[in-house]
Design a protein around this ligand. Structure first.
Ligand code: HEC
Ligand SMILES: [Cu+2]
Length: 334
């Protein structure tokens, strides 16, 4: 290679290397089917590897045969008829049948993952957020939004549905994708294995803000989960400072309670996400913003700017101290 050629090669490779590193980095993390943290995701990943490696092997074999056939005279190609019958008919019939049987068995295993589930989480998709309800046997239903908390190692049944259009529920790190259909409940058993924070995403185009319809799944060690659940049920405490009390009063003065519920206060609206523990959640407005006082304030003042056409109006709170106090009160709800 001459100097110029070497330079060109280096020129071409230089951006390719970080790009390859980025592509590989994309395989792990909190939203990746290649970094399985749940029983179903493991099974799906194993099947993906079978398909990928098998497909690659068959591709290489066919290419090798095609090359060979291009260079050898037709009458000297060994076993011509055998290749057509064996490679063209028998091989696909046998492999595709085996895969089909494997696939049926897998689908059945995924649908009946655990004979008994610890509790049910109802997840309802709305344009463009997620209503969550924990139904634990012997306890009052517990409402939340945009974040699902699960105990590691305990099978849980998700019951997914929609309140408006078709959405699709997908947490690639934990399980397969399942449609959320209006008027129909789909069941998805999940066993999360590894504690951590995972990201889910609506996987069916559902309108203008489909791309801003994500959520978090927090997997806690099983013993921490029980403490979490007990803490959730406690009503939110009285605001400990005058600023936070002012924030709470502004919340009620502006009528936020007509759409939002906060446990232990008279806010019991159902049209928007439950805000009882909003400050403890990883993200705001269905994965749109990080949960911080400033982002909550930005959301209240500019909901329609941040997520146009969503069902919360922007609030023109001209007094920035009141706006900040309201955001601080919400952020303090943990
Ligand atoms: C007309 C109903 C309605 C009113 C009134 C309303 N909201 Fe909302 N709010 C919503 C909806 C719907 C969403 C979800 C939007 C989305 O993500 O698509 C939302 C989302 C939010 C979120 C993010 C919730 C989450 O789970 O991440 C916060 C915080 C919030 N609203 C605060 C307020 C405050 C404070 C007020 C009063 C100033 C208010 N809202 C008034 C309907 C309303
Ligand atoms: Cu959606």
């Amino acid at each position: 290679m001459d100097g110029a050629g070497r330079r060109t090669a280096r020129h071409l490779l230089r951006p390719a290397l970080p790009a390859a590193a980025l592509a590989l980095a994309g395989c792990e993390g909190r939203q990746s089917a290649l970094d399985a943290a749940g029983v179903s995701a493991q099974e799906i990943l194993a099947t993906s590897w079978i398909l990928f490696i098998g497909g690659a092997a068959i591709f290489l074999m066919v290419m090798a045969l095609a090359l060979y056939a291009a260079f050898v005279r037709p009458e000297r190609f060994p076993g011509r008829r055998a290749w057509v019958i064996g490679g063209g008919i028998l091989f696909p019939v046998v492999t595709l049948t085996a895969l089909q049987i494997h696939e049926f068995a897998l689908a059945r295993r995924l649908a009946t993952l655990a004979p008994e589930t610890a509790f049910v989480v109802e997840v309802t998709g709305l344009m463009w957020w997620w209503d969550v309800r924990y139904l634990v046997p012997g306890q009052e239903p517990l409402r939340a939004a945009n974040e699902i908390v699960l105990p590691a190692g305990r099978p849980v049944e998700l019951r997914v549905a929609s309140a408006d259009v078709i959405h699709s529920f997908w947490v690639p790190s934990l399980a397969g994708k399942i449609d959320m259909i209006p008027g129909h409940v789909n069941r998805l058993p999940v066993v999360a294995q590894r504690p951590g924070l995972y990201r889910g995403q609506c996987a069916e185009y559902c309108g203008a803000q489909h791309a801003l319809m994500a959520f978090d799944v927090r997997v806690l060690p099983a013993d921490e989960f029980d403490a979490w659940m007990a803490a959730q049920r406690r009503p939110v405490p009285e605001p400990p400072t005058p600023e936070l009390a002012r924030g709470r009063d502004a919340f009620f003065a502006l009528g936020c309670q007509s759409c939002h519920a906060v446990r232990g206060t008279e806010a019991d609206g159902l049209a928007g996400p439950d805000l009882s523990r909003i400050g403890a959640r990883a993200s705001l407005a269905a994965g749109t913003l990080p949960t911080r006082v400033e982002s909550i304030a930005a959301w209240i003042a500019g909901a329609q700017h941040i997520k146009p056409e969503n069902r919360m109006p922007s609030f023109d709170v001209t007094d920035s101290e009141t706006l900040h106090a309201m955001a601080a009160w919400l952020e303090s709800l943990k």
